[in-house]
Design a protein around this ligand. Structure first.
Ligand code: BF8
Ligand code: SF4
Length: 655
């Protein structure tokens, strides 16, 4: 039951319309439940509530004698540090376990146990194999795939003391040395997570700096898991190429069977794409015009990038898709599926189908999905959706008219191919030269979620428009990409409306050569959240091209509406890599000045990257621009000096 009039805390026009529907039908949404939770507990909000042992919860009141420490004597900085790094362990677990499933499937393909999957991109397989030191010359692709998959799986549990392969082979020498020196390079993903849970067990580590370094090790394990997920998913399903599609609830089709894939793992959603194509006639046989597949959250991003499947919504508005009355099934795999979707399904004919043995929602219909029987399982799901379509209630159908064009599919490789059309000898120089010439100010990578603590999509859009005006080249992943897609910023409409003169010139120069049937977008969609690895590849390539370190590069990151443990984990490896990272929601760490200072100041001294917490989107944009301007200015000054005096010394400076 809706408890109050909705205050429309969203800027997405389709969401505004659907919130009106929710209100009229008295269906509770995340917006209502957020309000009902107010005021949220201050101890929790600032990170000073400890529940690590069952003597607690211990809630700390600084400077109040007797209550300024936990029962065990844990100080406020220990408690805040332990709480925040445990989010990183959670994030690293989610991303890397997803990666592990992909690696397992590749191994099964190589060994002949997953007949429905294949090596779709042997070129990428060979490139990855060479990078990690696996012989490819004259070998059968399945043998190479087997070695690559085993090496990936070893990154989870190997027992030597060398850093994980996927970390060590994707970063530059300077970062390798930095991670060695600070002892935060993980030697195995599972170990980093387990060790962190051990480290933060009652009565183990009380030193906040040491705890945070343990957290960063898990965050780099997160990076390792997501990079191997990206690489091996590309091998299995193809490296994304430019696609033209659409986004927002207007992509739902009243005349077709509408199926939403929701979650993260493309092992399922990709098979759903194949099965939907195959069973189109069966949908027609029941009177539908066909099957319309749409995406929500990151599994949606996976199939958008590779197959051009349209995006229906992002995390914040997931429940609203069901309220259109035309979604026949919502197929969930893992992560970011709000249990509330089942309650909304109960008000419509929509069926929620769970598929993973670790992600079930009471009352949902479970169709187990296994790699060995993937297509059979996917067909079962499609047929169930066709059956459900027959139960649709026409009187409840209400589809908002809003949708925007999306030009996506910009994997790192595709971006380089695009740049190669302007400069075939050194594609990445197209980007770095534009920065040196002052045409663009630098690059911003947008990632992250929606969070009810912000106005849905507003921070993403406000910051991106500001950065566009100031000639910042932008790339994106995750639900940030969802927000941009719905607002038309992933198409040339965004360029026309918001790009500053330098950025416009830069994008148009690429557009002239790109040969696409659509204009290039204002922001380049690089994929799902695990594909933040593609953004990291971009900054590593840029720094190498400029012969500088990553912390000297005019590159920033922003998670304007961060929500999940995964987002905290990503932000933490981003700063370890040397990138300033804005977060638009205050995570629970300002209870300790020391821990807050480590994240925002000390991290800068040690790693060159650091957090900027700013909840005002306009101020956040200014901070990001200031960072880029400063780094770009320094880069130019030091370059000129080095050239003028022929001195290598001028290249060594703090970014
Ligand atoms: O992994 S951006 S809300 S869907 S956590 Fe979740 Fe956040 Fe969306 Fe993708 Ni990423
Ligand atoms: Fe309290 Fe210490 Fe237990 Fe935390 S670990 S709940 S501070 S006694």
């Amino acid at each position: 039951m809706s408890t109050q009039t909705n205050d429309r805390r969203t800027i997405d026009p389709a969401a505004i319309e659907m919130l009106g529907v929710a209100e009229a039908a008295q269906i509770s949404t995340a917006w209502d439940r957020y309000k009902a939770q107010q005021p949220q507990c201050k101890f929790g909000l600032t990170g000073v509530c400890c529940r690590i042992c069952i003597q607690g919860p211990c809630r700390i009141i600084p400077n109040k004698p007797g209550q300024d420490k936990g029962i065990c004597g844990a100080d406020i900085f220990t408690i805040v540090a332990r709480n925040i790094v445990r989010y990183m362990a959670g994030g690293a677990s989610a991303h890397s376990d997803h990666g592990r499933e992909i690696a397992h499937t590749l191994l099964s393909v190589a060994e002949g146990h997953a007949p429905d999957y294949k090596i779709t991109d042997p070129v990428k397989l060979v490139r990855v194999a060479k990078r990690i030191g696996i012989e490819t010359e004259g070998r059968d692709m399945k043998e190479v795939a087997k070695d690559v998959a085993i090496k990936a799986l070893m990154d989870f549990g190997k027992y030597d003391s060398n850093p994980c392969t996927w970390l060590e082979t994707t970063i530059d020498d300077e970062r390798k040395a930095k991670f060695k020196h600070t002892t935060i390079a993980p030697t195995a993903i599972d170990r980093a997570v387990v060790q962190l849970l051990h480290q933060t067990h009652v009565g183990t580590d009380a030193d906040p700096v040491n705890i945070i370094f343990g957290g960063l090790r898990a965050a780099l394990a997160d990076y390792t898991g997501m990079h191997l997920a990206t690489d091996l998913t590309d091998v299995l399903f193809g490296t994304p190429k430019p696609v033209i599609t659409e986004a927002n609830l207007g992509v739902l089709d009243p005349e077709k069977v509408n199926i939403a894939v929701h979650g993260h793992n493309p092992l399922l959603s990709q098979m759903i794409v194949f099965a939907a194509r195959e069973l189109e006639e069966e949908a027609k046989a029941v009177g539908a015009k066909g099957i319309n597949l749409v995406g929500i959250c990151c599994t949606g991003n996976e199939v958008l990038m590779r197959e051009g499947v349209p995006t229906a919504t992002n995390f914040g508005s997931q429940e609203l898709a069901i309220m259109t009355g035309v979604l026949d099934t919502m197929i969930m795999d893992v992560q970011c599926i709000a249990p509330a979707v089942k309650d909304v399904c109960n008000c419509f004919h929509t069926e929620l189908i769970s598929t993973s043995h670790i992600a079930k929602v009471p009352g949902s219909h479970h169709i187990a999905f296994n790699e060995a029987t993937a297509m059979e399982d996917a067909r079962k799901i499609i047929r169930y959706s066709i059956e459900t379509y027959k139960k649709r209630k026409p009187e409840l159908v209400r589809i908002p008219k809003y949708k925007k064009q999306v030009v996506g599919g910009f994997s790192f490789e595709t971006l380089m191919e695009l740049f190669a059309k302007v400069n075939p000898d050194s594609p990445i120089s197209v980007l770095t030269d534009a920065i040196l010439a002052g045409e663009i100010k630098g690059v911003c990578g947008f990632a992250g979620c929606n969070n009810q603590k912000t106005v849905h999509d507003n921070a993403h859009i406000t910051i991106a428009k500001e950065l566009a005006k100031k000639d910042v080249f932008m790339v994106t992943t995750g639900c940030a990409a969802g927000a941009f897609a719905k607002a038309g910023l992933l198409s040339s409409e965004g360029v026309e409306a918001y790009a500053g003169p330098g950025l416009k010139k830069f994008i148009k120069r690429l557009e002239e050569k790109c040969g696409l049937n659509a204009g290039l977008p204002l922001i380049f969609h690089m994929g799902s959240c695990v594909d933040n690895s593609r953004i990291a590849d971009l900054w590593t390539a840029m720094a190498q091209n400029l012969n500088i370190t990553v912390p000297q590069l005019p590159f920033v990151a922003s998670a304007p509406e961060a929500m999940s443990e995964k987002a905290i984990s990503i932000g933490s490896w981003v700063i370890s890599m040397g990138i300033p990272c804005h977060v638009g929601v205050m995570p629970p760490l300002d209870g300790s000045e020391l821990v807050y200072g480590i994240a925002t100041e000390i991290a800068r001294d040690v790693f060159g990257g650091y957090f900027m917490f700013e909840t005002d989107p306009e101020k956040a944009a200014q901070k990001l621009i200031d960072r880029l301007e400063k780094r770009a200015w320094k880069l130019r000054v030091h370059r000129e000096t080095a050239e003028k005096y022929n001195s290598e010394l001028a290249k060594i400076y703090e970014g």
